[in-house]
Ligand binder design. Structure first.
Ligand code: SF4
Ligand code: SF4
Length: 427
C-alpha cells in the first residue's frame, strides 16, 4: 500500500481522530474502519475503541480479535473500476493495452457494480481506463457512486479535459489525478507522444475547481533520476499530491519492461528521495504498493510503518479491481481472473494467489522482518521475471541474497495452506 494520507491508518486503539469521524464505518474482525474527512483518510480502530464510540457489537467480533492484516478484510477498502480498455493516446507502456476500440464496461453494469460495492462496504472507487473521460457516461457513473456513499476518484491522461468537464468533475470526484511522467521531453520519452501541454492544461483546469488534484507518475529507468522538477512543478500548480507508481510489466508495458525496470541504484534511492521531496516542497508524495520492498530496504521501524499503513502487495485484500470485461482481479495490473462483479461469493472464496503469499513465502522473504507488511513485493513483477510465487526480484534484500548465494535458486514456495484463508462475511 502506498504511504498514503488517503489510506493513512490510525494505530489500532490509538486515541485519535475522534473529533473528525465521518459517518461511514465498517466493522471488521479486528475492530472497524472509519472514513474521515479531516484529515482525509481511513482510520483502523480496535474493538475496544469502537465500543468506546458507542458502536454496536458486531457478529464479526465473536472469538479472539486477529492482529491487523492477519486475516483479509471483509471487503476491500478501495476498488479500481477499470471502465475501459479504450483510449486513442497509444502510450507505449499502457498497462491495459488500450486501443481506440477496446472493451468497456457498460454504463448499466458499471452502476450495478457500484451498487454491489456499496453493499459490501467499500469506501473508495478509483475510476480509470483506458481514458475514462472519453466515455460519455463517466460523470453519470461517478454521480451514482456518490449517491451510493462511495467516494469516486479519477485518473486521466487529461487529453480530453475541458472547462465544462473540469467544473463538473471538481464537484463530484474526491481526488482527480492526471498522468504525467515528466516535464516536456521527459513526458514524451516516457509515453511515446508529446502530451505534456495537454496534461498541464488539464491540471490547471481541474485545479481551478478542486483542491484535490494531483499527478500520477509512472517511474521507470528513463525518468527516475529526473523527478525533482516534476514535484516542483506540482507544487507550483498548488496540487495536493504526487503519486509515484513503479513501472509494471502489464499490458504493453510487458514488452518493454526489461528496458524500463528501475536499476538497483534507482530502486534504493526512490524512498529517501520521496521523503526529501515531501519535506522540500511540502507536498504529499505517495509510493504505490509495489514500491514496498524499496521502502523496507531502508529498515524503517516496524511500529512506524504499521502506524502509517505502509503495506506491500494488498491485492485481493485492501485493494481489488473490476476489469472492463466484468471480472474481478486482485490487482488491475495482473493476477488470475476471479468471478464476475455480481458473484456474491467471490470475495469470501477467491484471491488466494495474493492472500496466500505470506504462508507460502520462500527465502529470503520467509525470514524477512517485513514479510507481514510487504507480502513479498509485487506479484506482477515476480511473474514477469519467471514465477508468481518468487520474491519480487526488484527488492534490494532479494538482490543482496542472490549475491550472497551465487548460483543458488531462490527458495521454493511452500504448498498452499490446507484450509486457505477463512473469511467470514456478515451481512
Ligand atoms: S501485484 Fe500487488 S504490489 Fe503489484 S501492483 Fe498489484 S497489488 Fe500492488
Ligand atoms: S525480502 Fe521479501 S518480504 Fe522482505 S522486503 Fe523483500 S520482497 Fe518484501
Amino acid at each position: 500500500m502506498p504511504t498514503s494520507a488517503r489510506r493513512e491508518r490510525a494505530r489500532v486503539g490509538a486515541p485519535r481522530a475522534r473529533a473528525s469521524l465521518a459517518p461511514q464505518y465498517r466493522p471488521e474482525r479486528f475492530g472497524g474502519i472509519f472514513s474521515m474527512h479531516r484529515p482525509r483518510g481511513l482510520a483502523y480502530v480496535d474493538r475496544d475503541y469502537a465500543r468506546s464510540l458507542g458502536l454496536p457489537e458486531s457478529p464479526l467480533w465473536e472469538g479472539p480479535a486477529p492482529a491487523l492484516g492477519e486475516v483479509p478484510l471483509s471487503a476491500p477498502t478501495e476498488v479500481h473500476l477499470v471502465l475501459s480498455r479504450r483510449c486513442a493516446a497509444g502510450c507505449s507502456g499502457c498497462y491495459v493495452d488500450a486501443t481506440p476500440d477496446g472493451a468497456a464496461l457498460s454504463e448499466a453494469d458499471a452502476k450495478a457494480a457500484l451498487d454491489r460495492l456499496a453493499e459490501m462496504g467499500v469506501f473508495h472507487v478509483a475510476l480509470g481506463g483506458g481514458e475514462a473521460v472519453d466515455l460519455p457516461y463517466l460523470l453519470s457513473v461517478a454521480r451514482h457512486a456518490r449517491a451510493r456513499g462511495l467516494v469516486p476518484n479519477l485518473t486521466t491522461s487529461g487529453l480530453s479535459v475541458d472547462e465544462p468537464f473540469a467544473r463538473e468533475a471538481g464537484a463530484i470526484f474526491g481526488q482527480l489525478n492526471v498522468s504525467v511522467d515528466g516535464l516536456r521531453e521527459d513526458y514524451e520519452r516516457s509515453r511515446g507522444f508529446d502530451g505534456f501541454s495537454h496534461a498541464e492544461k488539464a491540471l490547471r483546469l481541474l485545479r481551478a475547481h478542486s483542491p484535490h488534484v494531483g499527478i500520477n507518475c509512472v517511474v521507470s529507468r528513463d525518468n527516475a533520476d529526473r523527478l525533482g522538477p516534476l514535484v516542483a512543478f506540482a507544487k507550483r500548480l498548488r496540487l495536493s499530491e504526487v503519486e509515484l507508481l513503479r513501472f509494471k510489466p502489464a499490458g504493453r508495458g510487458a514488452g518493454v519492461f526489461e528496458d524500463r525496470d528501475l536499476t538497483p541504484r534507482q530502486a534504493k534511492r526512490i524512498y529517501p528521495r520521496a521523503l526529501w521531496w515531501a519535506v522540500r516542497h511540502r507536498i504529499r508524495i505517495k509510493l504505490d504498493c509495489s514500491f514496498a520492498p524499496m521502502i523496507f530496504a531502508h529498515r524503517p521501524p516496524k511500529r512506524v510503518v504499521d502506524f502509517f499503513g505502509v503495506q506491500g502487495c494488498v491485492g485481493g485484500d485492501v485493494l481489488a479491481s473490476i476489469m472492463p470485461e466484468g471480472h474481478w482481479v486482485g490487482c488491475s495490473f495482473g493476477g488470475p481472473r476471479e468471478g464476475r462483479w455480481d458473484d456474491p461469493e467471490v470475495w469470501a472464496r477467491g484471491f488466494s494467489a495474493f492472500r496466500d503469499y505470506r504462508a507460502r513465502a520462500p527465502e529470503p522473504c520467509r525470514s524477512c522482518d517485513y514479510l507481514s507488511l510487504c507480502r513479498g513485493g509485487c506479484r506482477v513483477v515476480a511473474q514477469a521475471k519467471g514465477d508468481w510465487w518468487q520474491p519480487d526480484p526488484g527488492c534490494p534484500r532479494v538482490q543482496a541474497w542472490r549475491e550472497a548465494h551465487p548460483g543458488e535458486p531462490l527458495g521454493s514456495a511452500r504448498p498452499p495452506p490446507a484450509e486457505g484463508h477463512k473469511l467470514r462475511v456478515v451481512g
